[in-house]
Design a protein around this ligand. Structure first.
Ligand SMILES: Cc1cc2nc3c(=O)[nH]c(=O)nc-3n(C[C@H](O)[C@H](O)[C@H](O)COP(=O)(O)O)c2cc1C
Length: 433
């Protein structure tokens, strides 16, 4: 069996730069997406299909490419709303280790774990944008690997904060007048290189003991950090379309997990995919051409996103010259792994061709639901485990129906994915098989 999860953003969906998508309906209207009505419906549907979790992607600032702005809603607000709309689905929010005081974030995520009955997760990102640092009153972001060192120390502190209460601390004695047994928590001081705090939290131990940790770093420092802390690791090879590359990634992180003294089976690796489905193979291929169809507006949108993710200005490069021969670590403190993957993919292509043909996902899955189910099954058999993180391009109710009512039931009938929940918590879902 393998796991299924959904990757989304708290921003306008179904919106494509060329307005080509005919199925977005009113969900692209600001008064619709900004009230989360579509996200709530989506979460309920994902739960109906027994997904492990919904992951809410985030960046805290706009892109430096001011021509292509994508406003959002804060995931810390989205999480409880989705928790209230569902009963079993795991809900992972993205929060930067660079900006939150550890005590505040530990308290908030722990609180979401309580109100959701143990379904909260934290996608730990270190954030690459200097603008974000400046928004929070700093001059710029620390160098790439140091950001992971800061995050590592933050996780050590956050875990201590989560662990500082014993389960079931309630005394509730009319005799003593105490609600809480005062022996059931530990005070402690934490003084590290980057963080300082006095614990414990005033929120008790959460249903999962510790909310689940999710991570998506691909550099050596990122993989090591994930191997030490994560329950689930998100993997994209950005269009390399190679099952072997995914197997290599999984083998590498599992070896790192073992080096940290953890059981590799306790960490699930989820591969980012965006299947394109059709009633026939030809129809699916035609849909794919529409999805990747490159208009100047879409190209501009991709340049904007690349600028945001890599924290460097890509508009300065000649679109029709070969993909720039740059050393990612030498040019940016942003997403270096993304540039490395694009470079590997570009081989002899121009920047324009690379951006047109590039995929954000790991495998190219195009066909009828049966054909895509075959491809997913074959890929997992070859890789050895764990599951897929699905995302839509563009995200519409039609796409959701195609995946959740078309593809997923086939996988369920084959016994490849969960047909009903067997646990109530996010970590429970992840560890169920
Ligand atoms: C599936 C996936 C989801 C991600 N979601 C976010 C996100 O929400 N916010 C963010 O700042 N970075 C996100 N990232 C980026 C990673 O956290 C990480 O910064 C990036 O992969 C670069 O890692 P590296 O510098 O270790 O190579 C995501 C990456 C992947 C593959």
């Amino acid at each position: 069996m393998f796991h299924l999860a959904w990757f989304t953003n708290p921003r306008a969906h179904g919106w494509t730069a060329n307005g080509a998508d005919r199925w977005a309906g009113n969900d692209i209207l600001p008064e619709r997406w900004q009230t989360l009505s579509f996200l709530k419906d989506m979460a309920r549907q994902l739960e109906g299909a027994c997904f492990d979790f919904i992951m809410i992607e985030d960046h805290v600032v706009l892109t430096n490419d001011k021509q292509n702005l994508e406003p959002r809603i804060d995931p810390m607000i989205v999480m409880p709303v989705l928790a209230e709309a569902t009963r079993k689905l795991g809900i992972i929010g993205t929060f930067s280790s660079s900006f939150y005081p550890p005590f505040l974030l530990a308290r908030q995520i722990n609180s979401v774990d309580h109100i959701s009955g143990g379904r909260a997760g934290w996608n730990v990102v270190t954030s690459s944008e200097d603008w974000a640092a400046q928004a929070f009153g700093k001059d710029k972001q620390p160098p790439h690997d140091e950001r992971y060192a800061i995050a590592d120390e933050m996780l050590d502190l956050v875990k201590q904060l989560w662990d500082a209460w014993d389960p079931n601390p309630w005394e509730m004695s009319a005799e003593t007048g105490r609600y809480v047994d005062p022996t059931k928590f530990r005070e402690f001081t934490f003084e590290g290189k980057y963080h300082k705090s006095l614990g414990p939290l005033n929120v008790t131990r959460s249903p999962q003991e510790r909310p689940a940790i999710c991570q998506a770093g691909s550099s050596p420092a990122g993989r090591d950090f994930a191997a030490k802390h994560a329950d689930v690791i998100l993997c994209s090879t950005f269009g390399q379309n190679s099952v072997q590359a995914l197997k290599d990634f999984r083998d590498d992180v599992r070896a790192r997990v073992a080096r940290h003294g953890r059981d590799p089976d306790d960490v699930k690796v989820m591969y980012l995919i965006s299947p394109v489905l059709g009633d026939t193979e030809e129809a699916a291929q035609q849909r794919y051409q529409e999805v990747v169809g490159m208009t100047p507006a879409i190209l501009a949108q991709r340049l904007g996103r690349l600028t945001l993710h890599t924290d460097m200005d890509w508009t300065k490069f000649d679109l029709d010259a070969p993909f720039p021969d740059i050393d990612p670590a030498g040019v940016t403190q942003g997403f270096q792994g993304m540039i490395a993957s694009l470079k590997a993919f570009s081989k002899g292509k121009t920047l324009r061709e690379t951006l047109s043909e590039q995929e954000t996902t790991s495998l190219k899955l195009i066909g009828t639901p049966e054909q895509v189910a075959d491809q997913m099954q074959a890929a997992i058999e070859e890789i050895g485990g764990d599951g897929f993180l699905m995302h839509a391009r563009p995200l519409t109710r039609r796409y959701l129906a195609e995946v959740l009512d078309g593809l997923v039931p086939i996988l369920q009938r084959r016994g490849l994915v969960r047909g009903e929940y067997t646990t109530d918590t996010l970590r429970g879902h992840l560890k169920a098989f």
